[in-house]
Design a protein around this ligand. Sequence first.
Ligand SMILES: NC(=O)c1ccc[n+]([C@@H]2O[C@H](COP(=O)([O-])OP(=O)(O)OC[C@H]3O[C@@H](n4cnc5c(N)ncnc54)[C@H](O)[C@@H]3O)[C@@H](O)[C@H]2O)c1
Length: 267
Amino acid sequence: MSNNLLAGKRGIIFGALDEKSIAWKVAERCVEEGAMITLTNAPVALRMGEIQKLGKKLNAEVIPADATSEEDLEKLIGESMEILGGKLDFVLHAIGMSLNVRKKKAYTDLKYEWMQKTFDISAISFHKLMQQLYKQDAMNEWGSILALSYIAAQRSFPDYSEMAESKALLESFARSFGYHFAEKAKVRVNTISQSPTVTTAGSGVKGFDEFFGYADKMSPLGNASAEACADYCVTMFSDLTRMVTMQNLFHDGGFSSMGMSPRLLED
Ligand SMILES: NC(=O)c1ccc[n+]([C@@H]2O[C@H](COP(=O)([O-])OP(=O)(O)OC[C@H]3O[C@@H](n4cnc5c(N)ncnc54)[C@H](O)[C@@H]3O)[C@@H](O)[C@H]2O)c1
């Protein structure tokens, strides 16, 4: 169902790899709500993934960009403004990857070279993206920039490993850059802290299936789906949330406010 909440708005969506990706659902919902978008992902993901299929379906150009490369980001932003016919109203950063998690390194035995790469891909890329948007004056007034986070930024979830620090850094960048972007052009910057979601990145975390079930029971509304996250992103990109900025917004069915749920003691 469309309410035309994003009619006439232009945006860039990072991170749609396949149909399960949160960014995939966000892209679909944004277009349904009247937005024009470009899609982007790392060149290797473009080769492996199905993003071209999404591009065709949504009539959206797919532009390769490694989010750790300032040069790629600069080009992506310039090309997107050209294709979409003006400055941008919204941007979604939906990027996460940990080398130590992928290579199953214990948290007490991390390889620091990989950790730095993890931080670069999962968090510093958000600063690089905002810096390029800022320098190119690419955002319209009252625009909205979002990144996706996870509650391991605040609490200890041992199997999430160095991604916890990545998310803490990501959320801090939203607060710090949110100030500068508000001053410059009344642009808001927020992170959405999403429930565990069955995607390529999510399922890569050890014990994901068990944890997904635990979080579902712990959350009075249950885990928030990727589709529900897309709905929330649309509201954050719309004009209905203009005064929300520099926040980490929990989208987790109530998980973050729970201490203990009797549902966990059942059966
Ligand atoms: N799935 C979950 O349980 C969950 C929960 C909370 C937050 N998140 C966050 O949501 C976001 C999206 O993840 P997802 O769960 O949809 O998984 P996903 O695997 O579908 O998406 C991750 C994306 O990051 C992209 N990426 C990796 N390295 C990149 C690079 N160098 N440049 C550009 N893109 C790069 C991948 O190609 C992929 O499209 C991530 O930030 C993730 O941490 C996920």
